[in-house]
Design a protein around this ligand. Structure first.
Ligand SMILES: [Cu+2]
Length: 657
């Protein structure tokens, strides 16, 4: 028997396939390819040539305008590629949307956007720190905390959500957070509690200094780099996973082909990555499954009513795209060494392209699980090794990290996962720990949990909205709800009840606003209106939820009103190319009702239509000691499963050897 340290795991692959090295997207091979370095510059040059750039010009987005969907499905390499980019341009208090034709270098539109606040800029995080440090009230508040010198006090200004106050209406209001960063690598327990400065970024006015009282900064060291860990555990020897015959997938530009799957994946400034034109080869037939799938929005509300915390209700993807949502993956740590790493581009505030190396990792893996099995004495026992293709990126939003995986499986299913990791946001507390007496009638852990002496990780939620433009065997689909209900049986039978399925087609958007109810289980399936399987059922894909949560915020709470997508686990809408972000295009200081609630208020028909599903993952995070100082990855997921799409188990043909 082999000992652990002798273990070698080899992924032996039948094909040696070359993978192109995509270096920051210098070529365009497909209508959905991300903007190239040169194309970002074309946008900037065209705006310069048309006199739309000045010293105050900043950019929160430059991205591809979605090409026509039918054109994309029908596109092949003999056809021309339409290339249009849009830019969201800030000029002081005004915001403009420009569209630039990249083929003929022409400014197609330039329109002012009114009634919105554009996405936060990188420079806005720190733009008023120096000015505030000279403000007498701030200096006095810091003096009360024992600081005469503010050199090593770092500040950050964030959008405070929106609460409909006169102070906020129509203004670019920011609230500050402060930290003493001396002598700590991990500074997330070093916050200066109870001191918030409210500013107007448009006018650079300091509106208020809110001092809720002095709380000493905790002295605990929460560094977690290798040098800070007293002893590193002994590992019993390496496990090698390698692919001696090369990767088992091919890449043609941004198009990936793996076994029977084929899809396009592109890095995206705002949502990390977008998977498109997903097909599964069934015999000679390349069957459509999903036109487009991607993260749509993230929402993280904190559950502490103090002034310094109630405004922390971050609409992360829409508010904090600055510099790009995703950050580089660490090769060999965040994903295997042998993965293919795809670079991406984000933008700086000045609109210039910013390289993000190793933004997406694509790799095969065998986890030791079977795809299927049966053991029998009557016939030869059968089992097949499961192999997956993983497409991964990781977002970083201040303290938190999220890993996003799309896992393509041999049985025709796609599993989508989000892993929460990183550092829980914590506040300093006068009380030391869970045994300390109450202060002002409240225990120290009323709104969070002690994770270290004088450190409370504040209760919060994480919500993720995924946009899934399903095209199951074509664009004409419906949402079928198979409701499993109890049927009471006739009295003469010994059994009293069984469950039966009551299928129903959701005809309008309101019939598709659904929450998971374990007492009334319902299968959610996108069915084809044009194709049936061998026994006469419409072909379909099921959206199978994983563990998720419901919001506990009251309906009149502003954070909930601004992020209506959390009200349901499932939404379905008729396809509209401009409906992409579940809390609206511009959630920064946004008014209530944007995004899904606004679109679906029309209660449009979704029957026999090209439909888009929106799925919400929710989690309540009551932080444990084990989540500190850095949290083990906590995974949530859902799955897109073929349901009568094939005429049998599509993974029967996995070879046994
Ligand atoms: Cu959390």
């Amino acid at each position: 028997m082999k000992t652990i340290h002798q273990l070698r795991i080899f992924l032996l692959l039948s094909l040696f396939l070359l993978i192109g090295n995509l270096s920051y997207g210098q070529q365009t091979n497909h209508p959905l390819d991300p903007l190239t370095w040169q194309e970002y510059w074309t946008v900037l040059e065209v705006l310069q040539e048309t006199d739309h750039l000045n010293a105050d010009t900043r950019f929160s987005h430059i991205n591809l305008v979605q090409p026509n969907k039918t054109l994309v499905w029908q596109w092949n390499k003999t056809k021309e590629i339409p290339r249009v980019a849009f830019a969201i341009v800030h000029q002081k208090k005004k915001t403009f949307k420009a569209e630039v034709n990249l083929v003929n270098r022409k400014l197609e539109t330039w329109n002012e956007l009114k009634g919105i606040q554009p996405t936060w800029l990188e420079q806005e995080f720190g733009s008023m720190v120096d000015k505030v440090k000279q403000h007498p009230e701030f200096i006095a508040a810091m003096k009360k905390r024992g600081y005469k010198d503010l050199t090593f006090i770092d500040g950050v200004f964030l959008p405070p959500g929106y609460f409909g106050t006169e102070e906020q209406k129509g203004k670019r209001i920011a609230h500050s957070q402060w930290m003493d960063v001396r002598n700590a690598r991990n500074t997330w327990s070093r916050g200066i509690e109870g001191l918030t400065v409210v500013v107007n970024l448009d006018t650079e006015e300091i509106l208020r200094v809110v001092d809720e009282g002095v709380v000493p900064i905790p002295t605990v060291n929460i560094d977690f780099d290798t040098a800070s860990i007293p002893t590193v555990r002994e590992m019993p020897g390496p496990i090698f996973i390698n692919q001696p015959q090369g990767a088992g997938f091919t890449m043609d530009g941004y198009t990936v082909a793996w076994q029977k799957w084929k899809f396009h994946v592109r890095p995206d400034h705002r949502v990390g990555m977008v998977l498109s034109t997903v097909t599964y080869k069934d015999g000679s037939d390349e069957r459509q499954v999903l036109y487009e799938g991607h993260l749509s929005e993230i929402f993280v509300p904190y559950m502490d009513p103090s002034f310094g915390w109630y405004h922390r209700n971050f609409i992360d993807a829409g508010e904090y795209t600055a510099g790009g949502l995703t950050k580089p993956l660490l090769k060999g740590l965040d994903a295997p060494d042998y993965a293919h790493y795809m670079n991406g581009l984000a933008i700086h505030d000045n609109g210039r392209p910013k390289p993000i190396p190793n933004m997406i990792a694509i790799f095969e893996r065998e986890t030791g699980d079977p795809s299927w099995r049966h053991y029998s004495n009557a016939m030869e026992p059968e089992s097949r090794v499961k192999r997956d293709l993983v497409v991964r990126c990781a977002a970083v939003l201040g303290n938190y990290d999220y890993i996003f995986d799309w896992i393509f499986q041999q049985d025709g299913s796609i599993k989508v996962l989000v892993g929460a990791t990183g550092i829980a946001e914590a506040k300093a507390s006068i009380q030391k720990d869970a045994t300390s007496p109450s202060e002002n009638g409240k225990p120290g852990d009323a709104y969070g949990r002690f994770v270290d002496p004088h450190v409370i990780a504040v209760n919060h939620d994480h919500y993720f909205s995924f946009r899934l433009d399903m095209d199951v065997d074509g664009e004409t689909n419906s949402l079928q709800l198979d409701r499993l209900r109890t049927e009471i049986l006739p009295e003469e039978l010994p059994r009293r009840s069984v469950w039966v399925s009551q299928p129903m087609i959701a005809k309008t958007e309101s019939e598709a606003k659904l929450k998971i109810n374990l007492d009334k289980p319902t299968l959610w399936r996108v069915v084809s209106n044009t194709r049936k399987n061998h026994v006469g059922y419409p072909t379909s894909y099921q959206l199978m939820p994983g563990k998720t949560g419901n919001t506990l915020l009251s309906e009149d709470d502003y954070p909930r009103k601004r992020v209506g997508f959390i009200n349901y686990h499932l939404w379905a809408t008729p396809y509209q190319s401009n409906e992409r972000f579940a809390a609206g295009d511009f959630p920064t200081l946004s008014l209530p009702g944007k995004g899904l609630p606004e679109w679906t208020s029309k209660n449009r028909s979704i029957e026999n239509k090209d439909i888009v599903l929106w799925y919400t993952i929710g989690m309540h995070h009551m932080v444990r000691a084990e989540d500190w100082p850095v949290m083990p990855v906590l995974w949530h997921s859902f799955e897109l499963r073929p349901f009568d799409f094939f005429n049998g188990n599509p993974a029967l043909d996995i070879p046994k050897d």
